[in-house]
Design a protein around this ligand. Structure first.
Ligand SMILES: Cc1cc2nc3c(=O)[nH]c(=O)nc-3n(C[C@H](O)[C@H](O)[C@H](O)COP(=O)(O)OP(=O)(O)OC[C@H]3O[C@@H](n4cnc5c(N)ncnc54)[C@H](O)[C@@H]3O)c2cc1C
Length: 400
């Protein structure tokens, strides 16, 4: 971006964040119901679609809003401020748009692959813009921490495409998405493939119960693929490109954290209102202990926010080792500080702040979920940071 573009880009970012801010109060009102019933936020998605936000990261020449990765981070954070489950599922949808859009543009492909990719993503983008398709990204299988490790879903080549067999745990949007974009491997080849499974395809089903601690509106059931046919055109990235993401565009795995930054903001909004007496039983603003707690909350929030913002500005292809380490540190910082902040807010606000319909107890539960999310879970990031710079084994390791 040149200096003269900067005001325009910033204004556009504000405009797009503003689209979410306009929907925010309605989303915040609905959030309690989705949480209580562990129900997907269908109504919020109708509103997101109407506002054009399903196309947030679809390039403008494909009819989308043309937002880049950094803008996505800001929009996601704003969404997380009002409804964590909507933000986290919107992340899954938008991550595929980024992967096939901005990120794919930065990665290596042959000319023939690039032409084929252009055709396929044009069809995918058109599905979102013209038909309102919602995309999910069930990658997890629960076998290994790495982005490209432990993938056992198998795609067997058949006439006109593939037959997929496997299971994905925590498939957010399991009953709501029109497309489930999975990672898989083909026989005798470790290259990760990225394929889009149509909802309702024969052999596709969900399994299990959904009654979790938090992020209950994500409805992340187990998704089972039992010989599901996927046409060749539904392979969304050329073979090998997904593997490149882990080494060349690792900030991709940071997208989840902006939801949790938004939840932190919601905790701050609530605490501010509660202590000032704008909500709840009455003002506590003059109590020195509450003030000390409020000061601590602000320090924790600002520290996390500052690191997240720096890392967001550094996201792009081929980061330095130092930038990747900072991104891992930012993931740990956000995913650990979010539940700590919510916990501290409970203590500072006091017992009555825990009573529904106050949102704090839900924010507390939602905030706890982020640290477990792979491949950049807190444990996985700490594991990598613990070896960073110290171990020769680190050289050439994928970043995700
Ligand atoms: C609300 C919610 C929504 C989710 N939505 C999605 C989604 O839409 N798509 C998706 O792909 N996933 C999703 N996930 C799944 C998430 O990303 C993780 O895969 C999941 O939480 C892992 O659970 P687990 O019990 O298998 O974890 P763990 O047992 O912690 O980890 C899984 C495996 O990796 C190993 N492992 C983990 N960390 C390390 C480490 N540091 N070093 C060595 N081995 C390690 C473990 O031994 C285990 O075999 C969601 C999770 C939640 C909570």
């Amino acid at each position: 971006m040149s200096t003269s573009d900067r005001p325009t880009a910033a204004a556009r970012q504000r405009e797009l964040v503003g689209l979410v801010a306009d929907l925010g109060p309605t989303f915040a009102e609905r959030a309690a119901g989705y949480d209580r019933e562990a129900r997907f936020p269908v109504e919020n998605y109708a509103d997101l679609r109407k506002a054009g936000l399903l196309g947030l990261c679809i390039p403008a020449d494909h009819g989308g809003l043309g937002a880049d990765f950094a803008t996505y981070g800001l929009v996601s954070e704003e969404l997380g401020r009002y409804c964590g489950s909507t933000a986290l599922t919107f992340n899954m949808h938008t991550a595929t748009m980024l992967l096939c859009g901005q990120i794919a543009d930065d990665l290596a492909m042959s000319a023939a692959e690039r032409a084929r990719h252009e055709r396929r993503r044009a069809a995918m983008f058109a599905g979102v813009i013209e038909k309102g398709h919602i995309h999910a990204q069930p990658f997890s299988e629960g076998n290994a921490p790495g982005a490209t490790a432990g993938v056992n879903t198998l795609a067997v080549p058949v006439d006109g495409g593939w037959r997929l067999r496997g299971r994905k745990i925590f498939a957010s949007l399991s009953g709501a998405a029109d497309r489930h974009n999975v990672i898989c491997v083909t026989p005798d080849d470790p290259t990760i493939r990225f394929m889009s499974v149509r909802a309702g395809a024969e052999g596709l089903r969900t399994e299990g119960e959904w009654d979790p601690l938090g992020m209950r509106g994500t409805v992340s059931l187990t998704l089972v693929m039992d010989d599901v046919f996927v046409p060749a055109e539904a392979e969304l990235l050329p073979p090998g490109v997904f593997d490149q993401v882990a080494s060349r565009w690792p900030h991709f795995y940071l997208t989840l954290s902006f939801t949790y930054l938004g939840i932190m903001r919601a905790v701050m909004d609530f605490t501010d209102d509660y202590l000032a007496g704008r909500v709840g039983p009455g003002a506590r603003r003059d109590n020195p202990q509450k003030q000390a707690g409020w000061a601590q909350l602000q320090v924790a929030y600002e520290r996390t926010y500052a690191l997240a913002r720096q890392v967001l500005a550094e996201a792009g292809p081929d980061p330095t080792h130092e930038q990747v380490r900072r991104a891992w540190a930012a993931a740990v910082s956000t995913m650990e500080t979010a539940p700590e902040l919510a916990s501290l807010a409970v203590r500072v606000c006091g017992g009555r702040s825990l009573l529904r319909p106050q949102p704090l107890e839900r924010l507390y539960r939602d905030a706890r979920c982020g640290a477990t999310m792979l491949p950049w879970s807190v444990e996985a990031c700490l594991d990598r940071l613990g070896r960073a710079g110290l171990s020769a084994a680190e050289d050439g390791e994928p970043y995700a």
